[in-house]
Design a protein around this ligand. Sequence first.
Ligand code: NI
Length: 227
Amino acid sequence: MMLQIPQVLTKAQVAECRAILDAGPWVDGNLTSGPQAALAKLNQQLPQESPEAREVGARIVRALEANPLFMSAALPHVILPPMFNRYGEGMGFADHVDNAIRRDPVTGRRLRTDLSATLFLAEPEDYDGGELVVNDLYGEHVVKLGAGDMILYPSTSLHHVTPVTRGARVASFFWMQSLVRDDAKRTLLLDMDAAIQHLSQKLSADEQGVLSLTAVYHNLLRQWAEI
Ligand code: NI
């Protein structure tokens, strides 16, 4: 499923992150790409090992780990270190699918990319264009969110970023390997968790039905999780 996660960072946190990032050593985004992506991509990125990328990346991961909606939707096994891109005027990224396997630069482990995320770090009124367009079974989804908001989508999706025609689009992007590989199963678990949360606010926590549904949730997760 595609899911919008509002206010992963507050506006104050975004401002702090932008102050760090804007002073960083931005380079041509193609330094990290394979030859096929290089044809499609025109943007700038922060080197992953730069102190600016590491500092802001750590702040984002801390915020995500404290975000119940993100944890329930993504069921993350490993979150790859957040990366950062900037699209100035005339820059964009044509249709592509993200690599299936990526190496975690911290541990050297190879991970499967189940979910992709874009966390917007510029306000929509500060640039024209720069929409993230994701294609899935249900058609084309155009995404341009407020600074601090994030979109989560299956890494299997074809997607592109439309050219920026004014200003600059700054964002963090990253991938996760989920405990639950299958998007449909993950979506069922998210829906079930939301229903349990809703019921437990209406009923007492030791209500038999709530306990039983919670047991079913955990037992489904046990069936489907891969570690
Ligand atoms: Ni991509």
